[in-house]
Design a protein around this ligand. Structure first.
Ligand SMILES: [Zn+2]
Ligand SMILES: [Zn+2]
Length: 207
């Protein structure tokens, strides 16, 4: 990645031009990671369907791939692996724990013969998106440390779960009082809720 992280602005700069990297371009990086992860996860389900691995091995591989993916996007959100703190790792761990629970149910459905190979492959791939939550959480943890405020806005084109609607913040709000998309909501962050950030001092003055 030809990007360098600027801690104070909490943004990436292009190392060649020195310009800030657009938020949309960072989001693209995350989407690319999620697409690659999806391919990897589906690959595990394919091996299972071909009888090359058993259900236990499938679950182990899924869990490992998910962990690696969550950590990769968390590192992007924090500004690099060396910026990850125990709080970041704790949040990733909590997100993974949820996914492992789903994975347990997935294994049971497979053992009970409830899924066709196609359904199993699709379901395996659907886990990839969960990493997005780790990106947001990681970004929140880092920005919170540096005094950022946030707004959380609904995307007009998307359908929202009830939680997302209650998490909307139209005013600049201290980051610790904003819930990152995908955390504690039924839609799991598939709704494209948007975040805006601004750095402020004690009295809400813009820096
Ligand atoms: Zn939601
Ligand atoms: Zn939402």
């Amino acid at each position: 990645m030809p990007y360098q992280f600027d801690l104070l602005s909490h943004r990436y700069r292009d190392t060649e031009t020195g310009r800030f990297v657009k938020v949309a371009d960072v989001a693209k990086l995350i989407d690319q990671e999620i697409s690659r992860s999806e391919v990897r996860l589906k690959g595990h389900a394919r091996l299972l369907a071909q009888g090359k691995i058993d259900i236990a091995e499938f679950q182990t591989r899924m869990a490992l791939s998910l962990k690696e993916s969550h950590l990769r996007v968390a590192a992007v959100g924090a500004g690099g692996t060396n910026q990850l703190t125990p709080t970041h790792y704790g949040n990733v761990g909590a997100q993974l724990k949820k996914q492992y629970k789903y994975l347990h149910g997935f294994g049971q459905d497979l053992a009970d013969g409830k899924l066709t190979p196609e359904q199993a492959i699709r379901r395996a791939g659907s886990y990839a998106k969960s990493a997005k939550t780790s990106f947001f959480e990681s970004e929140f943890t880092s920005r919170g440390k540096y005094g950022f405020y946030a707004k959380r806005l609904l995307d007009a084109q998307s359908r929202h779960c009830a939680s997302c609607i209650s998490y909307q913040r139209l005013q600049w709000t201290q980051i610790k009082n904003v819930v990152p998309p995908g955390v504690d909501c039924e839609c799991g962050g598939r709704c494209r809720c948007r975040l805006l950030y601004q750095k402020r001092t004690y009295a809400g003055m813009r820096l």
